[in-house]
Design a binder for this molecule. Sequence first.
Ligand SMILES: NC(=O)c1ccc[n+]([C@@H]2O[C@H](COP(=O)([O-])OP(=O)(O)OC[C@H]3O[C@@H](n4cnc5c(N)ncnc54)[C@H](O)[C@@H]3O)[C@@H](O)[C@H]2O)c1
Ligand SMILES: [Zn+2]
Ligand SMILES: [Zn+2]
Length: 393
Amino acid sequence: MKAVTWQGRRDMQVMEVPDPVIEQPTDVIIDVTSTGLCGSDLHLYDPLTPFMAPGDIVGHEPMGIVREVGSAVSTLEVGDRIVVPFNISCGSCWMCSRGLFSQCETTQNTDQGTGASLLGYSKLYGSVPGGQAEALRVQFADTLPIKVPHGPPDDRFLFLSDVLPTAWQAVEYADLQQGDTLVVLGAGPIGDMAGRIATSRGLRVVVVDQVPERLGRVSAYGAEVIDMSDVDDVAERVRELTDGRGADGVIDAVGMEAHGSPKAELAQKAVALLPKKLQEKAMLTVGSERLAALYSAIDSVRRGGTVSVSGVYGGAADPLPMFQLFDKQIQLRMGQANVRKWSDDILALLLKDEDVLGVETFATQHLPLEDAPEAYRSFRDKEDGMVKVVFTP
Ligand SMILES: NC(=O)c1ccc[n+]([C@@H]2O[C@H](COP(=O)([O-])OP(=O)(O)OC[C@H]3O[C@@H](n4cnc5c(N)ncnc54)[C@H](O)[C@@H]3O)[C@@H](O)[C@H]2O)c1
Ligand SMILES: [Zn+2]
Ligand SMILES: [Zn+2]
C-alpha cells in the first residue's frame, strides 16, 4: 500500500510499504477513506525530528471502512464505517476508567516517560504506524474506534479523530459560563473549532492570529478577532475589550511553534545541529524560549481565570512567570485530548440534520495522498489558504 513516510527533517515522502496485518485478536484493519493533516504533524516535520526514524508512517486523523476483523472482536463487522481516535487507549485500565484516555496505562510509554501511544507520532509515543496511508491496523477495536453511520460525507465525522475532541476539551477545561469572554490564541484548525464550539454555547469569543484568511474564517461565525500583527500587545488589547479585567478564560491553541519568538527558532536550529542522541535530550530538557503564546495567555486572562492549553509544548527549562501565575490566581489546565471522554457527546451533535459546527465545510483542501509532501510544506508555510487538509487515499 501507499503511505506518507518521514524520511528526514522537512522531508515527507509517499512510499510503497507492506500492508498492515492483524497482530492481536482485538485488532481490525481498515481501508482509509479520509485522513487529516494536523498542526501536530508539523512538530514531526521539524522540531521533533530527533525522535523520528526514516520510514516512519505518519498521520493520526483517519477514518475508513473495516476490511478485516480479528477473532476476538465482537462489535465490528467487515464494511462498518469507523473513525479512529488519535490516542490509542484500551478503554478499561485505571486511567481509561477515569476518562483520562490520553494517559492509558496499557499503552503508556514508560521507557520514554510519556503517556498513551499516539498513531504515527514518533518513538516518544510508541512508534505506532500512522494513518496517512491506504490502510491501517486499529487496536482495541471493541472500545477505541467510533462507529458512524453510512451516508453523510466523511467530513461530517472525520474530525472526531482529533480536532473536535481537542477543541471540545479546550473549551471544557476553560470552564466558562454563558456570556463569559473566551480568548482563543491561534486560528488554526484547533483554535477555529474551539471558537465554533464556544460560540455555540453562548460564550463571547475573541480569536487572535495574524493569518488573514484564518481570521476571516472565524469572523464568519461571529467571533471577534485581534490581528496580532496590528497590535503591540495582545493582552493589553484583550483588557481593553473586557473592562480592563482580562478574559475569563484563554485557550492557547498555538503551542511551541508560536510566532513572536525569534530566539526559539534559533534554539531549534541549534538543536538540529547536535548529534542525534544529544538532540533527543536537548529537545526535552533545554529551555527553548518557545512560550510566546503561553505568556500571552497568562497575561490576557483575568485574575482568577483559567488558561486552557491545547497547543503542544516540549522543553523543561523555560522560565515560567510563577509570580504572575500565583498572584493572579490562575488555573492552568492542559493535555492531549481524552478523545473517548467527549466523543459520544460530539457524535450526538454531528448526527443532527443541521451541521451545527460547520464540519462539512471545515476542510480547505481535499488532496490525494500523493500530494502529501507538497501539502506539508504549504501547510507549514500557511500558503494557498491552507487551514485544514484532508487526504483521500
Ligand atoms: N492537545 C491535543 O490533544 C492536541 C491535538 C491536536 C493539536 N494540538 C496542538 O494544537 C496546536 C494547534 O494546532 P493546529 O492544527 O490548529 O495548528 P496550526 O499550526 O495550523 O495553528 C496555529 C496557529 O497559531 C497562530 N499563532 C502563532 N503564534 C501565535 C501567537 N503568539 N498568538 C496567537 N496565534 C499564534 C498561527 O498563525 C497559526 O494560525 C498545535 O500545537 C498542535 O500540536 C494538540
Ligand atoms: Zn491532530
Ligand atoms: Zn487504558
